[in-house]
Design a protein around this ligand. Structure first.
Ligand code: GLY
Length: 590
């Protein structure tokens, strides 16, 4: 279907959008203001009916089982989300946990309310813009945003658990956390993914007495199947259950954390913890092929880039494009969407983020107008800046038998976070400070000053790529997300396009991945992702294709077929036997 903006003369849209697409972005944004109306956001609160049962997909079978146990005990999807979140923090400590943060994207069946619970970490109040720069050289000090106490931002996940439970759950927090407390006390099984990720971080974990005592055995990586007990983790969960927010953010846990962080050279204060609050934000909602896409607003960059990319692609006759044309167009769309992230996006409580403009169909039309269907546009011709975030992170998706939905992505940033455990707490701290622009305001090769929006400031949330997403379609509801740093966005795009084409949950998570993020200017592919002919066809259009040595991501998808109520859960097969998608095929939770 040709692109159309209601009420806007076509020439004006194209002219404004061309300017937007081709000129350095900040001044050009102003050119689009005024005449172009925004189509009404799609309705997201219309009743969807009921699924036949529940489904959970997460990156760890022990976490999926904890969520299923909570549903079986009478909890709803939000209680189950609390259980899965806390369980992942225990059994997948390399990816997320109580010392980190996350985003809970929820849809409540009773009234169709959608909400984005932002439990992202915040910079400590004593943080400063240049805190990681060496005063002598003006350059970032190596590893200070990665290892140890100074790298850690103030955790948000515990507040997220309390808030989601109290506001949207059905059972007391203690009941939702009960399976996780049991698992922590009886012991969980160390697995292949725990081991693989530890390879990167073993030496730093060994240097920290708390982390070494909790995760290593005689300074070495535990063998697969080793039973890991964590009574401190169980104690912290009990405190959360008994005292709510204050159980973590005030009192003995807070005191212990602040003492431990400061003794190790960090800058946390009791005030930092006492002040921490989640923020409920309106999700970003846009239309894509007759479906309402509900996704992450800032401080995630993911939803904005997702909206731009899919709306660019919606202007093509996608069903009739060849596979190579689709890959080319997807790459070109991502190139443009990723370009904008670093310039404009940051914590919306601190900077004005032009979300309306960046997600406007007319803006997407402008970007589309700059795409040649025959040739790759060198990124060097699209002035901008880029940013990469490093992987780890984790995602899970839930639908319950009433139709409540949770899409949750949570993180401690790099594998095993900052590799520091304050003794007596049972969890790693994050290194989310690395997601800020450590040295903003330095002009890039085009003279553009990038990443100011994501400069460090006291109490500010670092920009994220986490993109939990719910698609409400006439035939299916899809719940999608993945870890993977800056590649999260391209994976979610690819997953949604696969689902549009009718993929099952298992097929969507398994699809070989292709990524482009503006700079570096190459198409990254997973090993064997493209056959020789497809690769050659892309190269003939000017794309540089780079086959990476490893796969990436860990996507977890749940589908609900609205016609017959069937549910599906697909766990990424890249970590065989670790993740698990479960459905209650017998309908035991109805
Ligand atoms: N730390 C990964 C992210 O927030 O995107």
């Amino acid at each position: 279907m040709p692109f159309r903006v209601p009420g806007a003369p076509r020439w004006r849209v194209v002219l404004a959008s061309l300017l937007l697409a081709l000129a350095p972005a900040p001044p050009a944004l102003a050119a689009a203001q005024g005449p172009v109306e925004r189509p009404a956001a799609p309705a997201v609160d219309a009743p969807l009916g009921r699924p036949k049962g529940a489904a959970i997909a997460s990156a760890n079978a022990q976490a999926t089982d904890a969520g299923m146990a909570v549903l079986r005990a009478g909890g709803n999807a939000f209680d189950a989300a609390v259980a899965v979140s806390a369980a992942l923090g225990l059994v997948e400590p390399e990816s997320s946990g109580l010392g980190g943060g996350g985003f809970f994207l929820l849809r409540r069946a009773s009234d169709g309310k959608v909400v984005f619970v932002d439990a992202r970490e915040r910079a400590p109040l004593a943080a400063t813009r240049d805190m990681y720069l060496d005063p002598a050289t003006g350059e970032p000090r190596p590893r200070q945003t990665i290892d140890g106490a100074l790298a850690a931002a103030i955790p948000g996940l515990p507040a997220g658990l309390v808030h989601v439970s109290a506001t949207y759950g059905r059972m007391p927090l203690g009941e939702a956390l009960a399976p996780v407390i049991r698992l922590a006390e009886r012991g969980w099984r160390f697995g292949d993914k725990n081991i693989a990720m530890m390879g990167w971080r073993k030496d730093v974990l060994r240097d920290d007495p708390g982390a070494s005592a909790l995760f290593l055995i005689d300074g070495e990586v535990p063998a697969a199947g080793t039973r890991m007990r964590n009574r401190d983790y169980a104690d912290v969960l009990r405190r959360l259950a008994a005292e709510g927010h204050d159980g973590f953010y005030r009192g003995p846990v807070a005191q212990r954390l602040v003492d431990g962080v400061r003794a190790a050279g960090g800058i946390w204060t009791l005030e930092d913890l006492a002040q921490y609050r989640v923020v409920e934000r309106a999700p970003l909602v846009f239309t894509h092929r007759g479906q309402a896409v509900v996704t992450a607003p800032p401080p995630s960059s993911g939803g904005v880039a997702l909206a731009a990319t899919l709306q660019i692609l919606d202007g093509y006759d996608w069903a009739n494009e060849s596979p190579v044309d689709r890959l080319h167009l997807r790459t070109e769309a991502m190139r443009r969407a990723y370009r904008d992230r670093a310039i404009f996006l940051g914590d919306p409580d601190f900077v004005d983020v032009p979300v309306e403009l960046l997600t406007h169909p007319a803006y997407a039309a402008g970007l589309r107008a700059s795409i040649s269907t025959e040739r790759a546009t060198p990124s060097a011709l699209l002035p901008g800046v880029t940013r990469s975030e490093r992987p780890d992170t984790t995602h899970f998706s839930i639908v319950d038998a009433e139709g409540n939905i949770a899409a949750v992505t949570q993180t401690v940033n790099l594998p095993y976070g900052n590799a520091m455990v304050v003794p007596g707490t049972g969890f790693l701290l994050n290194n989310e400070m690395d997601d800020f622009s450590v040295k903003p305001g330095v002009p890039n090769a085009f003279g553009l000053v990038g990443e100011d929006a994501n400069a460090i400031a006291p109490g500010k949330r670092p920009l994220s790529s986490m993109t939990p997403t719910i698609v409400l379609g006439p035939e299916r509801v899809s719940v999608v997300g993945t870890p993977g740093g800056s590649r999260i966005i391209s994976m979610v795009i690819q997953g949604l396009l696969a689902l549009d084409a009718g993929a099952s949950a298992a097929e969507a998570v398994a699809e070989p991945r292709v990524h482009h993020q503006y700079l570096p200017d190459h198409v990254s592919i997973e090993p064997g992702a493209l056959d020789a002919a497809t690769r050659a066809a892309l190269e003939a259009r000017g794309h540089v294709v780079k086959e990476e040595p490893r796969t990436w991501g860990n996507m977890q998808v749940v589908l609900w077929h609205r016609g017959d109520g069937r549910v599906e859960a697909g766990a990424d097969p890249r970590w065989k036997t670790v993740g698990k998608g479960s459905t209650d095929e017998g309908g035991i939770f109805r």
